[in-house]
Write a protein that binds this ligand. Structure first.
Ligand SMILES: Cc1cc2nc3c(=O)[nH]c(=O)nc-3n(C[C@H](O)[C@H](O)[C@H](O)COP(=O)(O)O)c2cc1C
Ligand code: SF4
Ligand code: SF4
Length: 265
């Protein structure tokens, strides 16, 4: 039986924050949700892989989060999450997206978590700064978003479904399609001082170890981690296609979107 948050045996339950988060917005959201459940939680940053086996128990609760990449779970994140052993732990399914659309990200993540042995209990989509086009979702998640995230975590575990051990299934929003490829590759400019941080941080090893100005276009998944970690702001996207896509997305997604949560009754 799953224990209530104020139950005397709560210490047997561990709270896990599991996320793939190249530009660190998903991390902020997942950690805020986890902090709404417990002051103490175990952090599993899987952005650069699983460095050790992650195995949970049926007493545990996990907040599992990924960013929406072209409305889907990033393929590499799906691969890592599939290797986790959920063992019946309850899971709060979460995604961060850049104020455009998350489409099937949550339903896909939910299915991946079920395959990995988790029991999904709720889901939430949160807006965050668009890592490719940072003017979209600028300043998000803000204080209101993070407070909502904490409340969502708290309410998810308080919900009677958890006590009954009930799971739920998320409906797919649109038909599943093959993982899209974003044809954008970040490049280093003249401000690069060859510190090598981006080389170490790239989740797929796409940046040349000897010359960080060289990126393997085929390997790059456009995740923006290298831009995020560069202390000199030396990596960026450029080119006509980038500017056209940015304008199109900004014109279409001007309005602030709010969080969407699903805690089934
Ligand atoms: C390759 C790629 C594809 C993206 N696709 C979408 C999308 O389809 N819809 C959207 O709203 N945001 C999209 N985004 C924005 C991210 O979902 C958003 O910035 C998220 O917060 C990134 O998470 P992170 O900061 O943890 O890396 C995309 C970002 C990247 C890098
Ligand atoms: S992190 Fe920035 S400065 Fe350092 S090697 Fe990469 S691009 Fe160059
Ligand atoms: S080179 Fe590509 S895959 Fe590597 S961190 Fe940069 S954007 Fe991500």
């Amino acid at each position: 039986m799953f224990q209530q948050a104020d139950s005397p045996t709560v210490s047997t339950r561990k709270v896990h924050a599991i996320f793939f988060s190249p530009a660190r917005s998903t991390k902020k959201i997942v950690e805020a949700i986890a902090s709404g459940i417990s002051e103490e939680f175990i952090v599993h940053d899987i952005t650069q892989g699983l460095f050790k086996n992650i195995e949970l128990t049926s007493n545990d609760i996990a907040v599992v989060g990924v960013p929406a990449f072209s409305g889907q779970v990033p393929a590499i994140a799906a691969q890592y999450i599939s290797q986790i052993k959920g063992n019946g732990a309850r899971a709060i399914i979460t995604c961060a997206y850049g104020n455009c659309h998350y489409e099937n990200t949550l339903s896909e993540l939910s299915n991946i978590c079920v395959e990995a042995g988790f029991i999904p209990i709720s889901s939430g989509a949160f807006v965050s700064r668009h890592s490719l086009f940072p003017e979209l979702g600028k300043g998000r998640p803000d204080a209101r978003d993070l407070d909502n995230a904490r409340q969502f975590g708290k309410k998810s575990v308080q919900h009677s479904r958890i006590m009954n051990g009930g799971a739920f299934k998320l409906e797919e929003k649109s038909s599943m399609r093959p993982q899209g490829i974003v044809p954008l590759v970040a490049k280093a400019n003249g401000d690069c001082n060859f510190c090598g941080r981006c080389v170490q941080a790239c989740p797929v090893g796409a940046i040349d170890t000897q010359n960080p100005k060289k990126t393997d276009k085929k390997a790059c998944i456009s995740c923006t981690r290298c831009i995020d970690v560069c202390p000199y702001g030396a990596r960026q996207f450029s080119g006509l296609m980038y500017l056209i896509t940015k304008k199109r997305l900004m014109d279409k997604n001007k309005e602030r979107k709010e969080i969407e949560v699903n805690i089934p009754l």
